[in-house]
Design a protein around this ligand. Sequence first.
Ligand SMILES: Cc1ncc(COP(=O)(O)O)c(C=O)c1O
Length: 377
Amino acid sequence: MYVTVLPTGIWPRPPANGVSLSGAVPGGCQHLFRYGRDALWSGLLLLGLEAHHEVLMPASNCEVVMLPFVKRGLSIRYYGLNGQFEFDLGEIESRIGPQTRAVYANHYLGRPTDLSGLRRLCTDRGLFLIEDCAHALGGADQDGPVGQKGDIAIFSYRKFLPFPDGGGLRINIPHSGEVPESGAASRLVTAGGVFKSLTLALAARGLLPLAAWKRWRADMDAYLTCADEIDAADWVAPRQISPYSKKRIAGTELEPIINLRRENYRFWQQNLTSLRGVMPLFTDLAEGQNPFCFPILSENRDQLVQAMAKRGIYLEPTIGPPYRNIPKLGNPDEPFPVLEDIAARMLSLPVHQSLVRGQLEFIFQALQETCREWKPS
Ligand SMILES: Cc1ncc(COP(=O)(O)O)c(C=O)c1O
């Protein structure tokens, strides 16, 4: 069996009462793209962000989020987060400078971040708020669904749904109705995405020796090593979503998917406490939260990832340390010890809706055996 934190089913498990095929797009996005990063690129153009503008960003984001900013030549200044991925409003305010034009905020790992104070701050100071919902599809807090407080919000459907592509842009400010720049969907990209989904689905059912192949290629090292550099040359021009994914995303009912993911999250909550050497990053599962994964911390994270990969289970770190080697980064040398510590110790257990109880137990047993053999250094 092959297990990742991403969905491996070829179609979301249908709810008992059937799947509506004409529903609205989850998240209320008006524009769909190949990926979330493409939606972000269009959003930056729509907001009119130019090279002399600065954006305040959390000090941990993946390469593909940073790339549109770097490609557009924008200045970036990091702000910190605490151990629960929450920002300090006062700290963000203290970092606003004469060039600051926007603040970027994430709902990390599916936990809706309270953006009401930041929304007020951005409005008062004439700044745009860019809301990243890539980890939080369908999530909500006491104020309502995520994606409604930012001037724009981006989504990444393909992280939750087993489709070859899918990113979305929700625009909450008045605009002309046109969204800038995205090329037509590429049949080649779609075919590649379908191939990937099918490969993962077959490997998850034990019908394809993907884990053995990855081990042979020593691929798990790629999960753990990442060059500290964002190079605009790696940027790929944005494209629209494939017609295949567009049709399916618009028909997806999220509620049964969220329920299954929450059930899987609770499996980990109940079982993990007995394991030596690992601890959950969060103790709660807030109402309205659609979990992205079940994050755990381990002092020997890299060894754990390697040991689990030997058993066919590919666990991702998910959260990386701040990229420092970025052109026009305002605070490249500032330490962010909390995020750096989490980035060194965290890995994600899967909660995706296509996992059944027997598969979760298989992963848990592998974790148990690994932790039992554990000889802390
Ligand atoms: C927090 C976050 N935002 C946005 C994205 C971009 O999504 P996509 O991969 O669909 O471009 C990612 C992707 O890894 C992400 O982790």
